[in-house]
Write a protein that binds this ligand. Structure first.
Ligand code: ADP
Length: 181
């Protein structure tokens, strides 16, 4: 049986509050309405299950990203469009995940949600930036923990002053451009 559509992993990387989850959900909703098989691999949810017990050291962050990447590739291989709104702060680990997809012939696209730190902190969706500023938490990505910006993402979106629908449309356009939607 041939599949009507090829699967793909779309990894949305960027700082906390950049808009990764919001965009992933909007894209997922649109694709589902068109009858596509879609999964959103939410980082916070997976940290409670698949990656329970892992913290925020470099090693643990890398292990988390590799695990999520493994699951994403499995799904993508079977025709699912997998949206992954996970920070993935280290370039080399993102590269590993892309290479694992390449090795299996699965499509992998990197979307850099490049909303600047100031705007993310202003939104402070989860209250983490104010906690970091108050010294209540440490290892906050972009504050006192590294975020290595992608240098050649497939798509870069700074959501500052942009509405969610427009941001989602950029991702949908990318999928169309790559013949994945
Ligand atoms: P992340 O998953 O990157 O941590 P979230 O999606 O949880 O970020 O939060 C982003 C916040 O920014 C949400 O409150 C969302 O409504 C808001 N926002 C404003 N404009 C946009 C946009 N164009 N795209 C995505 N999110 C946006």
């Amino acid at each position: 049986m041939t599949r009507a559509h090829e699967g793909a992993t779309l990894w949305l990387t960027g700082l906390s509050g950049a808009g990764k989850t919001t965009i992933a959900d909007a894209v997922a909703q649109r694709l589902r309405s068109e009858g596509r098989e879609v999964e959103v691999l939410d980082g916070d949810e997976l940290r409670r299950g698949l990656s329970a017990g892992l913290g925020f050291s470099r090693e643990d962050r890398d292990t988390h990203v590799r695990r999520v990447g493994f699951v994403a590739e499995l799904l993508a291989r079977h025709g699912v469009v997998v949206l992954v709104p996970v920070i993935a702060p280290y370039a080399s680990t993102r590269y590993e995940v892309r290479a694992a997809h390449d090795a299996r012939g699965s499509s992998y696209l990197e979307v850099y949600v490049a909303t600047p730190l100031g705007e993310c902190a202003r939104r402070d969706v989860k209250g983490l930036y104010s906690k970091a500023a108050a010294g209540e938490i440490t290892a906050m990505t972009g504050v006192d923990d590294p975020y290595e910006e992608p240098d050649k993402p497939d798509l870069r979106i700074d959501t500052t002053g942009m509405d969610v629908a427009a941001s989602a449309q950029h991702v949908l356009d990318l999928l169309t451009e790559r013949s994945l939607a």
